[in-house]
Design a protein. Structure first.
Length: 603
């Protein structure tokens, strides 16, 4: 990298950090101005402009904010008080945004439920925030019915159908109730006293392990997410963001929506992601921004050629989780001018931004910004599943290119807004994410739960989730690195790598669930793995699946796969063992399973 390029990169990051700080400053300076107040002003300035495109409908700023006012009046009428929560179980639609904005203006906080949850998992999400009311999309009524028996308390059900008119004579309960109220704005004197420190919404962690946790998104955080990304993406009033992600998560529902509404821009909302319709939609609606999760980019690169895939007007793709094995093909094939990869969590305080399109990096901390961002990578022991501490009892900072856990200092005094940690609805869950006495007695740091490494220039790279990385033959195996390499083999649509217990062996052996295309070559795959991996990292077992199971935000599920291991009695999918005697992958039946468990093979 030449001197001029280095200087240009430094200026890019300096400009980005200054822009974020500048745009966040007014939020802290006006503690009684909540998100709805700011959006009320923007809606008034852009009353007749379309804010949401959805299927064949267009919703104006006036319609959007008037409906949110109706929801505010409704929430106050049914007795929602400051600090109360109202559950929302709805598919993506423009009314979704009006719903939670309206509830937040009344002092309540909408609990945005994952639409793929059912039964005990869904009930858990409702219980932990104590909802007394729930808004249910009729299409999701069966999901809620499956959860009712597990609820801790009675809850009032309000059916709301975005496909039905909002009218007093409507057969849909909430549609009729909302129609009773005016869409005119309420005076602040008619609303509870709310500050930026109060909850605005609850967003749930995706639950790749254990039950989901309800992250508390305050009015400060909700505003800062939208305004911060408006700054780093330089969004303008003529920008249109294409949202295929679920609105119940912060990436699609708060970040993408907020980044354009903040400047009077527009959002294109899709009910659900469709690889076959993606580029046609981008061209049809003239999208300029695409909000992604890495797996969506993977789906698109595996999709057949679409004539519109390079006829779009996208100027930037913004998101997180874009892995190196997909990155270059995605950007080159679809001619995306700029990739803005970033790192962060709904509840976290460890933001990273890749502002200069550095291939594979989740973001950078320049040497001059280390004190500003308060991030650190500490040495971590995979075997004991804990940070490594020195003789003085404090953590040890990882060396350059050494893998460790990324942590971020918690500062809730207002001096460093990005370092706030508001936690979860469950106080015990909050405490588990805090690491104490890291570098000095009494300090507190947020645990990301991610293994990260950084290079000498401050670029950070994702390695794996703590708990996903496993040990085999005394070596650490990072599932993400293995899956990236495996995905490069012919006729593999997707790979999900995890470690499984093998009787009479220490650690966990590498197993991979594969979604394969016709023509997959088992022998060729085994040779490919021998050429690309050391012996301890090669997949000892293969599980063939029609589709890799994912969370509502497209993260791969591993917990059930780990528990089922390679036992043919528990698994209906075809499973294979890399037999060291035959030198081939062989289908596992009961007899072969018994031999493996009795230690008949030298593995």
């Amino acid at each position: 990298m030449g001197l001029l390029t280095s200087l240009k990169n430094e200026l890019t990051y300096l400009k980005g950090f200054i822009g974020i700080k500048k745009i966040l400053k007014p939020i802290a300076a006006n503690p009684t101005t909540i998100l709805a107040d700011r959006w009320d002003i923007i809606a008034k300035e852009n009353a007749d402009k379309t804010v949401f495109f959805f299927e064949d409908r267009e919703v104006s700023y006036r319609q959007f904010i008037e409906l949110s006012n109706q929801f505010t009046r409704w929430a106050l009428d049914i007795g929602v008080k400051k600090g109360d929560s109202v559950a929302v179980l709805m598919h993506n639609c423009p009314e979704y945004i009006s719903t939670w904005v309206g509830i937040s203006r009344a002092g309540g906080a909408a609990a945005l439920l994952n639409t793929s949850l059912t039964g005990m998992g869904l009930a858990h999400c409702i219980n932990i925030v104590g909802c007394k009311h729930i808004i249910v999309d009729p299409e999701l009524a069966s999901n809620f019915e499956s959860a009712k028996e597990f609820l801790d308390a009675d809850i009032k059900i309000w059916a709301f159908d975005q496909n039905a008119p909002i009218a007093k004579d409507s057969d849909v309960k909430l549609n009729a109730a909302i129609a009773q109220f005016s869409g005119e704005p309420l005076d602040k004197s008619d609303r509870p006293s709310i500050t930026i420190d109060d909850p605005c919404i609850y967003i749930y962690t995706s639950g790749t392990t254990g039950l989901p946790k309800a992250a508390k998104i305050t009015h400060y955080r909700a505003q800062s997410i939208g305004r911060g990304f408006a700054a780093i993406m330089d969004t303008q009033a003529n920008d249109r963001v294409y949202i295929t992600l679920p609105l119940f998560h912060s990436n699609g529902g708060v970040l993408a929506v907020g980044a354009v509404i903040t400047v009077g821009g527009q959002a294109i909302i899709k009910k659900r992601f469709s690889a076959s319709e993606f580029w046609d939609d981008c061209v049809k609606y003239e999208a300029t921004i695409f909000q992604y999760i890495g797996e969506l980019c993977r789906f698109l690169t595996h999709a057949p050629h679409n004539p519109n895939e390079t006829k779009h007007k996208l100027r930037i793709a913004c998101g997180n989780g874009l892995r190196p094995d997909v990155w270059e093909e995605f950007q080159t094939r679809f001619q995306i001018p700029r990739i803005l990869e970033w790192y962060g969590a709904s509840e976290g305080n460890a933001p990273l931004f890749n502002l200069d399109n550095k291939f594979g990096s989740i973001g950078r901390v320049p040497f001059w910004a280390k004190g500003l961002l308060n991030l650190s990578i500490v040495k971590f022991d995979i075997k004991s599943d804990s940070e490594i501490r020195g003789e003085d009892g404090h953590c040890i900072e990882a060396d350059v290119d050494e893998v460790g856990e990324l942590i971020s200092k918690i500062i809730n005094d207002g001096s460093s807004p990005t370092n706030r940690f508001d936690g979860y609805a469950d106080k015990n869950a909050t405490m588990k994410k805090i690491l104490h006495d890291v570098y000095e007695k009494g300090d507190a740091w947020f645990r990301t739960g991610d293994l990260i490494r950084k290079d000498k220039k401050g670029y950070h790279y994702f390695v794996d989730r703590i708990g996903d990385t496993f040990r085999w033959k005394g070596e650490n195996v990072a599932t993400s690195e293995i899956s990236e390499t495996i995905s490069g083999f012919a006729n593999i649509a997707e790979a999900n790598v995890y470690g499984v217990y093998v009787p009479k062996c220490d650690g966990r052996a590498c197993m991979v669930a594969l979604d394969i295309d016709e023509g997959f070559d088992f022998d060729g795959f085994l040779n490919y793995c021998k050429q690309n991996f050391p012996s301890y990292a090669r997949p000892l077992f293969i599980r063939i699946q029609d589709e890799i199971e994912k969370t509502g935000t497209f993260k791969q599920r591993k917990v059930d796969l780990v528990e089922e291991g390679f036992d043919p009695a528990k698994i209906n999918d075809p499973i294979y063992f890399a037999n060291p005697v035959s030198g081939k992958y062989e289908a596992i039946n009961a007899a072969l399973y018994e031999k493996i468990c009795k230690g008949k093979f030298k593995i």
